[in-house]
Design a protein around this ligand. Structure first.
Ligand code: AMP
Ligand code: ZN
Ligand code: FE
Ligand code: FE
Length: 286
């Protein structure tokens, strides 16, 4: 039985594994295919592709975009992205700059609270273009300003705590468009976690391709519910662990094993879309 994990993070965003370490774990666990879906970046994809090839695993380049629709936060996974796509790269560069401004804002708030953390020390620790709250938390621990990551979130960084700064969210419709024009399939991530059911019909209308039915934080009942919704809206089915390495306790890779038949369906959709897009104009729609 072949299986895949289509939701993984490395240290190119807020995970702790290098692409090589992540691929190593995937290979040891017997995965046939892995997708890399770092937040707002495709920087890790080249190394991950090489590491997966080395370990004889299939690799799917991707990213996770933070979006919203009608006030509801929606995380979009772009799978099979062309990591070289210029529009994709320029769009995500904007979101990376916004992330960096957010870190500066969080550092400024901490300073106002008498916590002397400099944004530069967060950037140095993160050493990536997509820094987030986990990097601020790690920098606080490293500087000895809190005892552990939990304390950093509880005292300062959790929603509505004094150094919390909301994250910028792109429109989900725009996110789907960006993913499609970069050759990717647009998938709604962990709908059970973000409680995004109400916006599914609108996003399907906008071209959503799939639903992440299997996720570490989905109960069996939730997975079944989303499989039904996927069926109802003719959406592809994906699944992944959302592993961030050691940043949230034990690594999650291995907790979700998506049957490979779903990867075949994703690939078939992607292939037929590429073929449709490359047809000469006059032969389309006839
Ligand atoms: P951001 O995307 O920058 O808002 O950061 C979100 C990340 O912070 C997610 O990966 C969460 O798992 C992590 N996070 C959120 N709340 C906590 C918490 N209380 N303790 C540890 N990590 C957290
Ligand atoms: Zn993350
Ligand atoms: Fe997410
Ligand atoms: Fe994720």
């Amino acid at each position: 039985m072949k299986f895949a994990d289509l939701h993984l993070h490395t240290f190119f965003s807020d995970g702790t594994f290098s692409p090589e370490e992540l691929a190593g774990h995937g290979a040891r666990l017997g995965f046939s295919a892995l997708a890399l879906t770092d937040h707002d970046t495709v920087e890790g994809c080249a190394r991950m592709a090489a590491a997966c090839a080395e370990a004889d695993m299939e690799f799917i380049p991707g990213a996770e975009l933070t979006a919203e629709h009608r006030g509801t936060e929606v995380h979009l996974l772009g799978l099979f992205l062309d990591a070289q796509n210029e529009k994709l790269r320029s769009e995500i560069a904007v979101f990376q700059a916004v992330r960096q401004d957010r870190i500066r804002e969080m550092a400024a708030r901490l300073n106002e609270l008498g916590v002397p953390l400099e944004a530069e020390s967060v950037f140095a620790l993160a050493n990536c273009r997509s820094p987030g709250r986990p990097h601020v938390a790690r920098a606080l621990v490293k500087a000895g300003l809190v005892r552990n990551l939990d304390e950093a979130f509880e005292r300062f960084l959790k929603k509505n705590r004094p150094a919390w700064v909301p994250k910028a969210r792109m429109s989900a419709l725009e996110g789907i468009e960006i993913i499609h024009q970069a050759g990717g399939l647009a998938v709604m991530a962990h709908p059970g976690l973000n409680r995004t059911d109400a916006v599914i019909p609108d996003l399907v209308e906008a071209g959503l391709d799939g639903l992440e039915c299997f996720h570490t934080k989905h109960s069996t009942a939730m997975a079944e519910r989303y499989l039904q919704i996927a069926d109802q809206f003719h959406l592809l089915v994906t699944g992944g662990s959302d592993c961030h390495g050691f940043s949230k306790g034990k690594p999650l890779i291995g907790t979700v094993k998506l049957p490979y038949a779903h990867v075949d369906k994703l690939k078939a959709t992607r292939t037929s879309r590429v073929a449709a897009n490359s047809k000469p104009l006059q032969s389309q729609g006839s």
